[in-house]
Structures are given as C-alpha cells and as structure tokens.
Design a protein around this ligand. Structure first.
Ligand code: SF4
Length: 336
C-alpha cells in the first residue's frame, strides 16, 4: 500500500487533503487505542469516519514484528513480516534511531552483504516503510530514521521519497535525521535536491579504486569514487549537512596504506564524515573482520591527517548483526 493510494482513497470518500494528512499523522503519532480523531463529534466527514476502523486495521497490518532480538549495545533487531508473507529487517538503534528496509532483497549484490546474495524479490511500498517506523515507535521514541536496512533505496526511489516526505512533515523527525543511504546513483543526485524534504545522505564508498569497487559492488552504477565524492560535496553544500561516507573495513582488502592515503586525498577538506565499520563476519562469505585495535588505529590516523573519521560497529553485532542475516536464518529454519 502506497501513501498516495491511501490519500486517494480518503479523498474518494469526501475527505479534504488536510483530513487525509491528519489520518496519516495519527497513524504515525498515536497508539491505536489513543487515536482521538475517532470521536463521533470529530470534524472528519461521516463516510471517512465510518471507513476508519477498517483502514486502521489495514494500516496496522502492513507490518508486524515476527521476532525481536535485543543486542548488548542497546539495539534490537526486528524481523518484520509483511502482508504477503515476505520478511524484512528493521533495527532499533541506540539513541532513538531506527534503521528500515526499503526492498525485500537487493539487486546490487555487494559481495560482503548477505542480503545481496539472494537478489531482489520485491520493492517495499512507502506504506510498509512508514509502518516499520510505526512499529519502532511503539517500542521506543524515534528521532532518527536511517534507510540502511535491506535494499538499495535508489532502486525504490518513488516509495522511499514518499515515505521520507511523510516522515519529515508529519512524524516530527528533523530532515537531517532522515538518512538516505545509497551506493551512488545519478537519479539520487537529481531527485534529492528537488524534494520538499531533503534527507541527509550516506554514500557507500568502501574503496577508492574503481576496479575494486566494481568487484565488491558488482551491480552498482559504474561511478568513479572521485565523481561520487564530487556529487556528494554538491549535495552537502546545498543541504548544509555533511555527507556520511561508509567504509566497510575488510581485512586485507581495503585496509591497506595505499587506500588510506587515497582516502586522505579524496576526503580532506570535504564537508564529510567517514564512517569506518569493521566488517561483521558472515558465515559463508569470504571476508574477515579486522581487529578492533587495527580499525581504531586506522581511524585515528585518518583523523590526524584531516579526515573527520568515526569508528562504528554495526548495531546488534551479537544478534546476527549484518543486514539480511536474521532473515536468512529465519528462511533457513527458524530464528533464535
Ligand atoms: Fe544491497 Fe546494501 Fe547489501 Fe549492497 S550492502 S547488497 S546495497 S543491501
């Protein structure tokens, strides 16, 4: 179910655009038992009021938590069931954030990602994206939404932008706390600057070498890392929020001195933060997690050389932390 389809349904029942907006806002902001608009003296037109209980059930049924896996770091991974039986993962992050999925599976096929191994099964609708935030809000306050779960948001741009607009306008989430994460796609650099809500941008860099990038991200657009950074810089200057460059650190692959020198050349002086994320080991994938001490030393060195660098661990390390692992395990015969 798409947000626009919900709006059109309500308009078809005689609702004004602001009525439709209010129904959507109440869905995001109010617990089901606390949706005050349903009072008989409510100002919504009668046909809309009469349709609301069924619509409520539909909206609340868009996504449900099948299992919840708390991590030692304060995060919790949710395996989320959709109406057609497909599943995606959401992660409740420490410090009032949630990471949502934008696709069931993913076509980019990054070699170090479990989600990428199975290909794309289907798009997640804008309603299902917002529903993941609604589920998270029923568990914790949510002030930040990052589109870093399963899927490549640039491959589902209409749904993701529709969800971002609703969350930015009606959920009280500041626009810089909506984080669109992508491997880099020309359509992103056209659409995001034109949106009513301009999210922050995270760009998957992972290497400075075009040929290694093509190997690690086999079906990502062939964009030179240098060009990616130029596009990112333009967007950062437009929005006044720094670009978050993502670097999954793979032992012996992209952690050498040559890469670090090239990172300094590429990012020094840019309006940017480099997030170094030591790879989270996956059964069956041919990569190794570097030691924390090594990652810390690399991050400190980059910082010293003028690149604002943060060392991060993927949330829920101890609960099948990589994106897609929980779902893979569930499909394999049951979650822990
Ligand atoms: Fe897709 Fe992201 Fe996994 Fe790459 S890392 S395959 S873009 S979900």
């Amino acid at each position: 179910m798409q947000i626009q389809a919900i709006r059109e349904r309500l308009l078809g029942l005689g609702a004004q655009p602001e009525h439709a907006q209010r129904v959507l806002r109440d869905w995001i902001q109010c617990a089901p038992h606390d949706r005050g608009r349903r009072r008989p003296d409510d100002y919504l037109p009668k046909p809309v009021r009469e349709a609301l209980p069924a619509l409520d059930l539909e909206l609340d049924g868009l996504a449900r938590v099948l299992s919840e896996h708390p991590g030692a770091d304060g995060s919790a991974r949710l395996l989320v069931g959709l109406v057609d039986g497909q599943t995606v993962e959401s992660v409740l992050l420490p410090r009032e954030g949630v990471c949502v999925s934008s696709q069931v599976g993913c076509a980019v096929g990054c070699r170090f990602c479990m989600t990428g191994q199975g290909g794309l099964l289907r798009q997640v609708t804008s309603g299902e994206i917002v529903a993941q935030v609604v589920l998270a809000r029923r568990r914790r306050p949510v002030k930040k939404v990052v589109f870093m779960g399963m899927g490549e948001p640039a491959h589902n741009l209409d749904n993701v932008m529709e969800a971002i607009e609703l969350l930015g306008v009606e959920a009280g989430i500041s626009h810089k706390n909506l984080v669109f994460s992508t491997v880099g796609d020309a359509r992103v650099f056209e659409r995001l600057p034109a949106g009513r809500v301009k999210p922050a941008l995270a760009l998957s860099l992972h290497t400075t070498k075009p040929e290694l990038r093509a190997e690690l991200l086999p079906r990502a657009p062939r964009i030179d890392p240098r060009e990616l950074v130029e596009e990112g810089e333009r967007y950062a200057r437009l929005t006044c929020y720094p670009i978050q460059y993502q670097w999954t650190l793979l032992e012996g692959v992209n952690d050498g001195a040559d890469e670090m020198d090239a990172v300094v050349e590429l990012l020094r002086g840019k309006y940017a933060v480099l997030n170094i994320i030591p790879y989270n080991a996956n059964d069956g994938l041919p990569f190794t997690r570097p030691s924390w001490d090594k990652a810390r030393a690399l991050a400190a060195d980059l910082q010293r050389r003028g690149v604002l660098t943060k060392l991060r661990d993927s949330a829920g390390q101890d609960v099948d932390g990589g994106c897609g692992q929980l779902r893979a395990r569930a499909l394999d015969g049951g979650t822990r």
